[in-house]
Design a protein around this ligand. Structure first.
Ligand code: ADP
Ligand code: MG
Length: 697
């Protein structure tokens, strides 16, 4: 039996492996480049590449690939084998520093939103030495960034790394003002909790909608849904447990800190939470996690669904992005400590986040916008489309006291006195009660809860890092020149709290009152992806990304276009799948069932005219009407899909899909589901919700 500590990271060329396998000088040189973010010397790269190859060969690898994250959420890889011909007609296994540092995938089929088309046909991939190489599927995977030859980012990693640099620089500036001379770097950390559904593969294979779109497009509710809430944290069924054990092992081998596993609220829904790590590693790990989840499921004759809303009527799946900031001296900057009111460092970062979330609500909303996630946000199962932040009652009392100047009041014996009774017993656990907030302070981190389960977490983290970097840079500009820096910082914190507190909401985000209240406060409510996305290219947002060199204007516009194209494509596939199911399977099935009922009636009448056929006739009548209606809705949907495709402007097209096509789909579904309830299960062409949701035991 392999021990877990030995298993952990066994497929990763991590620090310990590097130390063990690289000559001391090379190891040092590599570490220095990683630390300083400098380009790697080719001589160093050659030695690293060779050691990496030998290590990978021992683990059975035959190929290598530059593993990257193109602008559509998935990861991409093109495998090259290590073989090189020798003079005697044989081969040797080789891997050079050049091949390690840079790759040139034939990337013409990756979306670039016009970036490559105009300038350079090719893009290149460059090793990100801050993320370790690993072996998967007998292939050495080298985490890389993907750029065009004009230096524009064609992926998600490049802007993420840029945003991490920015927040680090600006945070260090503020720390200097506060008298911290030790910290030289600041990193953001992320722990991404991942929700997913597990269903039986044999059942999955019988549903075109799941196969083509990852979600059910038809399906009447099962008699039992999630109303008993008996699934959440319930005991794990043997097949699920076997899957989770296998999953953990595979993740551990890849150095992924899978920590917690449990059932979620909906039947067949589960969650995995890892221990947090630096943001770019967490992003790579989450991409890998999603891939491994699917692969391991296959081995168990299961299918892992990562779609945001696989089933109507029960909760969909999200991803909680736990995010914090810490110094290279090991301090978590979002830790309020025992007495937050006197913790200026914490308060400054809280203020920066508060102002940032207020001013860039639109960007945070945009960062989680997708066709799948539109089914969740605001559907009373996930945070609403309105972005606000939860800080808990204790912290709100602190913020209010500061706004009111009560933190400055001294009592008779000269101690600072606060006009509230909560301190100094500031408790972490009082902050995690509200599960409805999109962005909640949970003791020593913020939990961004609006993410959909299939999202690449790079996007929201790029936004968070950049937004907070911007606010910190404004703060630093203001207080650096001040004579009395401490007082200047305090005045700034107070002003920011006063001006931006409207973004704080500790109540029930699912309630109708909040929608009205948010409107009064002037907060945005960007209800769907096509409504949210145009804000991405607002001048203030373009200026933000330009200022911090996170995105060029062209990069933003290309991403804006790619995401909307993607949205239209998803809806188009869904609509076509529905039409196919409706015409080829559902209509004929209902028609056959009506035929059987008619046959039964006729047979009865032949036997004796006294026999009653009322039930059959009633059902025939009902189903005939529904089928007629179904047929009309099929035609409406078809007309709308055809109209959608003719709209040239991508933003307009996305809006049309989101409003017209989606509502036609919903209407068709309602009729289909109504028929399912009245049709014999022997005739219904697909496994039911009941079978899908309760099929794994
Ligand atoms: P909670 O009970 O508040 O949900 P947990 O300890 O269960 O807190 O953590 C939930 C998730 O948050 C885990 O994935 C964990 O790794 C992550 N997390 C904890 N601390 C941090 C941090 N400083 N930065 C980022 N993520 C964190
Ligand atoms: Mg949590």
């Amino acid at each position: 039996m392999v021990k877990i500590p030995e298993l952990f990271g066994s497929m990763v060329f991590d620090d310990a492996t590097m130390k063990e396998r690289l000559p001391k000088e090379t190891y040092k040189a590599l570490k220095k480049t990683i630390k300083d973010g400098e380009p790697l010397d080719i001589n160093v790269a050659n030695i690293v590449a060779n050691a990496m190859k030998d290590w990978a060969l021992e683990l059975g690898a035959t190929h290598y690939t530059h593993w990257f994250q193109p602008m559509t959420g998935i990861t991409a890889e093109k495998h090259d084998s290590f073989i090189n011909p020798t003079d005697d007609g044989k081969v040797i296994m080789e891997f050079s520093g050049k091949e390690l540092i840079k790759g040139e995938p034939d990337a013409s089929s990756f979306p670039s939103g016009g970036i490559r088309a105009t300038f350079e046909a090719r893009g290149y991939t460059a090793w990100d030495p801050t993320s370790y190489a690993f072996v998967k599927d007998q292939t050495l995977c080298i985490p890389t960034a993907f750029c065009s030859y004009t230096g524009e980012a064609l992926d998600k990693k490049t802007p993420l790394l840029r945003s991490m640099e920015r927040i680090s620089d600006e945070a260090v500036r503020i720390l200097r003002v506060l008298g911290d001379d030790e910290t030289t770097r600041v990193v953001t950390t992320v722990g991404a909790e991942q929700e997913y559904f597990l269903i039986d593969k044999d059942l999955f294979d019988k549903r075109k909608d799941l196969i083509y779109t990852g979600r059910t497009l038809f399906g009447a509710k099962s008699p039992k849904g999630q109303e008993l809430e008996d699934h959440y944290f319930g005991s794990l069924k043997p097949r699920v447990l076997a899957y989770m054990q296998d999953l953990d092992r595979e993740l551990w081998k890849l150095g992924i800190y899978s920590k917690t596993r449990h059932n979620e609220v909906a039947p067949a829904q589960h969650e995995m939470a890892p221990i947090f790590t630096t943001t770019n590693l967490a992003t790579d790990h989450n991409q890998l996690t999603m891939e491994v989840m699917k692969k391991v499921a296959n081995k168990h004759n299961l299918v892992c669904l990562l779609h945001e809303k696989p089933f109507a009527g029960v909760n969909g799946s999200g991803k909680h992005n736990n995010w914090s900031i810490s110094t290279n001296t090991g301090r978590n900057l979002l830790k309020p400590g025992k007495n937050p009111i006197e913790n200026t460092e914490f308060l400054v970062f809280l203020a920066a986040i508060m102002k940032g979330v207020y001013e860039y609500q639109d960007l945070l909303r945009v960062s989680v916008a997708s066709a799948g996630n539109d089914h969740r946000l605001g559907a009373h199962e996930a945070p609403p489309a309105i972005i606000s932040m939860f800080i808990g009652d204790d912290l709100e009392a602190v913020v209010n006291a500061i706004i009111d100047g009560k933190d400055m009041v001294k009592n008779d014996v000269g101690n600072m006195e606060l006009g509230v009774g909560v301190l100094p017993d500031f408790k972490k656990d009082t902050t995690d009660r509200n599960r409805t907030s999109p962005f909640a302070f949970t003791g020593n981190k913020f939990e961004f809860r609006s993410l959909g389960s299939s999202l690449n977490i790079a996007c929201p983290n790029i936004m968070l890092n950049t937004i907070v970097a911007e606010e910190l840079s404004q703060f630093a500009d203001e207080v650096e020149p001040a004579q009395d820096k401490q007082s200047a910082v305090k005045a700034l914190i107070r002003r920011v709290f006063r001006e931006y507190k409207d973004i704080v909401f500790n109540g029930d985000n699912y309630s109708e009152e909040w929608v009205a209240e948010a409107k009064r406060r002037g907060l945005l409510n960007l209800r769907s992806m096509p409504i949210a996305m145009p804000h991405f290219i607002d001048e203030k947002n373009v200026a933000l990304f330009n200022k911090h060199n996170v995105h060029t204007r062209r990069e933003i516009f290309s991403r804006y276009e790619i995401q909307q194209e993607e949205y239209c494509r998803v809806l188009n596939i869904e609509a076509l799948t529905m039409l196919d199911m409706a015409r080829k399977d559902i209509f004929p099935a209902v028609s056959r069932y009506i035929h059987e009922l008619t046959d039964t009636c006729n047979a009865k009448k032949m036997l004796s005219t006294a026999l009653i056929c009322d039930a059959e006739i009633d059902l025939i009548d009902k189903l005939s009407r529904l089928l007629n209606c179904f047929y009309q809705k099929i035609n409406v949907l078809e007309t709308k899909v055809n109209s959608a495709r003719e709209i040239n402007d991508v933003a307009q097209r996305a809006l049309y899909y989101g409003e017209e096509v989606l509502s036609a789909m919903n209407e068709l579904r309602v009729v289909g589901d109504e028929m399912e309830v009245s049709v014999s299960s022997q005739y219904w062409p697909y496994p039911s919700y009941g079978e899908l949701l309760y099929g794994v035991r």
